[in-house]
Design a protein around this ligand. Sequence first.
Ligand code: CLF
Ligand code: SF4
Length: 519
Amino acid sequence: MQASLHEGTAVPSAAKVGEVMQAIADHKGCGTSGGSGKASCGSAAGQGDLPTEIWEKVKNHPCYSEEAHHHYARMHVAVAPACNIQCNYCNRKYDCANESRPGVVSEKLTPEQAAKKVLAVASTIPQMTVLGIAGPGDPLANPEKTFKTFELINKTAPDIKLCLSTNGLALPDHVDTIAGFNVDHVTITINMVDPEIGAKIYPWVFWKHKRYTGVEAAKLLTDRQLQGLEMLTERGILCKVNSVMIPGVNDKHLVEVNKAVKSRGAFLHNIMPLISAPEHGTVFGLTGQRGPTAQELKALQDSCEGEMNMMRHCRQCRADAVGLLGEDRSAEFTTDKIMAMEVNYDLDTRKAYQAKVEEERVAKVAAKQEELSTLAGEMSDIKLLVAVATKGSGLINEHFGHAKEFQVYELSTSGAKFVGHRRVDLYCQGGFGDEESLETVIRAINDCHAVFVAKIGGCPKADLLTAGIEPVDQFAHEFIEKSAIAWFKSYLDKVNSGEIEHVERGDAEIRQGALISAA
Ligand code: CLF
Ligand code: SF4
């Protein structure tokens, strides 16, 4: 197994590694020319200022490229049930909260079942480009199952990128194996670099047959996480750091974490809101520890943005998620269904589909650039948020009542920048509007000036207007960024002419666990 493991190894030469690391260090903004901002990595469809080697790694990865997440899907296989640490935001009865939303139990798979599932999904969803192992425990606390799965997939579906998410405790022991399997993307969840703070997040860690607690446990964890991060980046593997924002515990400290991981070569930082509710049975849920509000989260992400690329499109997916980020098709691929499926994995069909997607991406960016030119010379400090109902492909193509989440863009004279998403309850239940759901939708997008939809009924329209949110349906089925810029231009014209007065909006609620799977 070791021989085959290192065949075609991804470990580049030391000189090449140095080159790539320098390029990452120099790189700011992932090619986000044209005013789209540098907050969301790879938000332009083109390569921009990214070195080709890195661009090839991120361009089709829905988590490492904000722009790609509108077009490409990922899947997780839940082959790793055990964990070697305890986080106060996790209850082992549920999925790993590092990379999944607690509250839905995954179907655990053997590596062989997982490999079959990957082929089944790849032949059904040609835009699925990435296979991640993210739990439900820690993949590196289950190294045999994790690496066996990678080995099988490398053999049967070599065009699929492999991805891994870990708490980092066991990482230094496995870096060479990870590199040997051509894994280009590793996520480490790092919530602190100060063990005193760590002791408030982790009651224990289990390492080398011994249980550690308190500050000692947190010190061990942070040392191993940072060591693992350095080892990966030295080998040219792209690393994303996930951090859970826990107000009053590590929220201010995450700025330090951001600096520490950037200096060790992390490519992307993903600060996620704590998911915490008493019914999850977690320590934080039971002690009433709250998560951040939308504005608190955005302010922290904004303050770290000057330091490095920030991910803002994370959906805190479950450990068996399938589909575009924000949608969940895992119910179509349960073990009994995939075992009965006839799998037809056709590389040419997948390539042809992906070529079509690339054409769409290029057209979308060209449309945005053209619209952006209309803002040239505009002098205004106004920055505002708008919400968008979309099913994907970067289009305004979802009915208001059918939206399970809204994507949020920040508009300014620099253009339209993706800054997050908000989960909501479905407003339209079998043709009837649900007033209670409408209230939760309004609370979730209360910081937005407008909501862009493909279609909307009269009642919700009136209620949104009363709440001060303009429903916009004149750009149905058009590109999001181009439309948002056009709307913003007309908004500025109205403000400049005195027709309307610009007012700041209030805060919004981050809804937790609202995207309940049908599974
Ligand atoms: Fe999965 Fe994670 Fe790989 Fe993506 S998810 S292992 S990097 S393929 Fe993505 Fe999901 Fe957020 Fe994770 S949206 S929870 S960041
Ligand atoms: Fe839970 Fe993941 Fe933390 Fe382990 S690392 S305790 S599975 S959240």
